[in-house]
Design a protein around this ligand. Structure first.
Ligand code: G6Q
Length: 542
C-alpha cells in the first residue's frame, strides 16, 4: 500500500495550510457573508455548523479529493457489505448490522446475519418487558428495582453513557455500572443495594476479562451470602457474551444469556445486547429508537455525496488540523449535562480505534494518526480548562454539542446554557485584540498605568476552531444519530490514515505483565524486572 502522503493532493493540502497560517477566521467571516450557509449541513436530526474552522472553500475541496483518492468510499462500502476489514483479527466490523432497521440481508461468509440480530432483539424485548413489569422476580418473590452492569471498556462505557444521557426517559429499574477492579467501585455500589431486588448483568464479549470476572464473583458471593443457596443465581444473574461455554462455567444458565458476535467490536457494541441496561432503563421501544437514529446516520454516511456527508466533513476537518496544521488534541464539549460521559466514551472510541502507528499492512506510517481526545460538559469546563483553550500556547480543536430544548424546563437555565455555548465558540473564533482590550479597560475607568500593565493579559488571539452540533432535543433517536456520526467520523479518519480502526493490540502487553505481577504480589512467584518495578513490587507487598 502506498503511503497516503505520496498522493499529490497531500502536497496541495500542505501548500494550502501554509496560506491558511496567515489568515484569521475573523477576516474570513468578514469577507464572506455566506460562510455559515456554505459550511453547515444537516442529517439525522442533527445540524453541523463547521464554519468556525480555519478553512477556505478550496481547503474543503482538496480534503474531498483526499477522501476520494485514498479510497474512503470503497473502504466504507467494504464495511457495510461485511468484508473482513478488521484484517489483523480477520473479522468484519459490522456494528451497522445491529441497527439495520431496513432489515436488508447482510452476509458474512454467505450467511445473512439479520435473523440472529433480530432474534436477540426479540429476546431483549421479552426480558425487558418481564423485568420492567415486575413479572421477573428475585429469590424472595420481590420485583427487581436495581440493575448492576458489570463490564469494562466497550462492555461498560457505551451503556453507561447512554443510560446517563437518557435519564429523563428512565422509567425502569435504576441502573448502576461497576467496571473497575478496584474494590472501591463494587463496594460502594453494593452498599446501596438489596440482594433480593438486584439483578446483575455480566457483560463481557470474551467472558475472560480479569476485572469483570473478579467483580462478577464478588457480586455472586454477595448474593449468596444473603440468599444462602445457589438457586438464587438464575434469578439474579444474566450474561451478555459471545462465549456460551464460559458463561455456563460461571454458573449462568445459557437461557439467561444474550449473544452477540465476534464481528461486533467492544467499543462499537452498545447497539447489541451490551445495550441491555439501556433497554431495561428506558424500555425496548426507546432502545429501538436509538437504533433507528443510528441507522439513519448509517444511510446518510453510505449515500450522501461527500460534500454533504457529516461524518466525512467532521473526519476531514480533523485530518486537516492533525496532519496539516499540527494540532495534537481535540476537545469534546457537550453543553448538556446528561452528555457528561460522552467525552469519555468518545475518548475510547477514537483513541482505541485510531491510536495506531502502523498501517493495515504493518508498515510504520510517516504521518500523525489519532489525536488526544478529552473534554467535559459545559458550562463546568469554562471554569476549569477553557483558560488554556483561549490563551494557552497549545492549539486545540473543539466540538460543541448542544440541544435546542431541555427535558427539564426550569425557566432560565437552558437559555443561559445556550448563551454560554455560543459565546464560547464566538470568543474562541474572534478573540480580543489589544486595541479592544485597551478600550475595555478604559471603559472600566482604569488608569493609563493599569491599562499598560493589564492589556497584554487581556489579549485573546482567537482563530481557535470549533464545530457546533445542534440536536433538536436529546432524544433516543437523536442520540443514536450523534453516536453513529462519531463512529463514522473515526472510520473516515482511519480509512484515510490506512490503519485498522477495529483492533486494539496496544492493550495487551500491560494485561500480560499484570498477570505476572499479580502472582508476585501474592508471593507465588518471582520474575525478572527493572529495578523500579522490582522495588515497587517489594514496597506494595510489604
Ligand atoms: C473495546 C475493547 C475493550 C473491551 C474490554 C472488555 O473495543 O476491545 O475495551 O471492550 O476489554 O472486553 P470484554 O467484553 O471481552 O470483557
Amino acid at each position: 500500500m502506498k503511503q497516503v502522503t505520496s498522493l499529490p493532493v497531500w502536497s496541495n493540502l500542505r501548500a494550502d495550510a501554509e496560506k491558511l497560517q496567515a489568515l484569521h477566521m475573523r477576516d474570513l467571516f468578514a469577507s464572506d457573508d455566506q460562510r455559515y450557509q456554505r459550511f453547515s449541513a444537516r442529517a439525522g436530526g442533527l445540524l453541523l455548523d463547521y464554519s468556525k474552522n480555519r478553512i477556505l472553500p478550496e481547503t474543503l475541496s482538496l480534503l474531498m479529493q483526499l477522501a476520494q483518492q485514498s479510497g474512503l468510499e470503497q473502504h466504507r462500502d467494504a464495511m457495510f457489505s461485511g468484508e473482513r476489514i478488521n484484517n489483523t483479527e480477520n473479522r468484519p466490523a459490522l456494528h451497522v448490522a445491529l441497527r439495520n432497521r431496513s432489515n436488508t440481508p447482510i452476509l458474512v461468509d454467505g450467511k445473512d446475519v439479520m435473523p440472529a440480530v433480530n432474534a436477540v432483539l426479540a429476546q431483549m424485548r421479552a426480558f425487558s418487558v418481564a423485568l420492567r413489569s415486575g413479572e421477573w422476580r428475585g429469590y424472595t418473590g420481590r420485583a427487581i428495582t436495581d440493575v448492576v452492569n458489570i463490564g469494562i471498556g466497550g462492555s461498560d462505557l457505551g451503556g453507561h453513557m447512554v443510560c446517563t444521557a437518557l435519564a429523563p426517559f428512565a422509567d425502569g429499574p435504576a441502573t448502576h455500572f461497576v467496571s473497575n477492579v478496584d474494590d472501591a467501585d463494587i463496594a460502594q455500589v453494593l452498599a446501596r443495594l438489596n440482594p433480593e431486588t438486584t439483578l446483575f448483568i455480566i457483560a463481557s464479549k470474551t467472558f475472560t476479562t480479569r476485572e469483570t470476572m473478579v467483580n462478577a464473583h464478588t457480586a455472586r458471593d454477595w448474593l449468596l451470602a444473603a440468599a444462602g443457596n445457589d438457586g438464587a443465581v438464575e434469578k439474579h444473574f444474566v450474561a451478555v457474551s459471545t462465549n456460551a461455554e464460559k458463561v455456563r462455567a460461571f454458573g449462568i444458565d445459557t437461557d439467561n444469556m444474550f449473544a452477540f458476535w465476534d464481528w461486533v467490536g467492544g467499543r462499537y457494541s452498545l447497539w447489541s445486547a451490551i445495550g441491555l441496561p439501556i433497554a431495561l432503563s428506558v424500555g425496548m421501544d426507546r432502545f429501538e429508537q436509538l437504533l433507528e437514529g443510528a441507522h439513519e446516520m448509517d444511510q446518510h454516511f453510505r449515500t450522501a455525496p461527500l460534500e454533504q456527508n457529516l461524518p466525512v466533513i467532521l473526519g476531514l476537518i480533523g485530518i486537516w488540523y492533525r496532519n496539516f496544521l499540527g494540532y495534537a488534541s481535540h476537545a469534546i464539549l457537550p453543553y448538556a449535562n446528561d452528555l457528561r460521559l460522552l467525552p469519555m466514551f468518545l475518548q475510547q472510541l477514537d483513541m482505541e480505534s485510531n491510536g495506531k502507528r502502523v498501517n493495515r499492512d504493518g508498515v510504520p506510517v510517516d504521518y500523525d494518526t489519532g489525536p488526544v481526545i478529552w473534554g467535559a460538559q459545559g458550562t463546568n469546563g469554562q471554569h476549569a480548562f477553557f483558560q488554556l483553550l483561549h490563551q494557552g500556547t497549545e492549539n486545540i480543536s473543539t466540538d460543541f454539542i448542544v440541544a435546542k430544548t431541555s427535558a427539564y424546563d426550569l425557566g432560565e437555565h437552558h437559555r443561559i446554557l445556550l448563551a454560554n455555548c455560543l459565546a464560547q465558540t464566538e470568543a474562541l473564533m474572534r478573540g480580543q485584540t489589544e486595541e479592544e482590550a485597551r478600550a475595555a479597560l478604559k471603559a472600566e475607568g482604569k488608569s493609563d498605568a493599569d491599562i499598560e500593565r493589564l492589556a497584554p493579559h487581556k489579549v485573546f488571539p482567537g482563530n481557535k476552531p470549533s464545530n457546533t452540533i445542534v440536536l433538536d432535543e436529546l432524544s433516543p433517536k437523536n442520540l443514536g444519530a450523534l453516536i453513529a456520526l462519531y463512529e463514522h467520523k473515526v472510520f473516515v479518519q482511519g480509512a484515510i490514515w490506512q490503519i485498522n480502526s477495529f483492533d486494539q493490540w496496544g492493550v495487551e502487553l500491560g494485561k500480560q505483565l499484570a498477570g505476572v505481577i499479580e502472582q508476585e504480589l501474592a508471593g507465588k512467584s518471582t520474575a525478572d524486572h527493572d529495578s523500579s518495578t522490582k522495588a515497587l513490587i517489594h514496597l506494595l507487598r510489604s
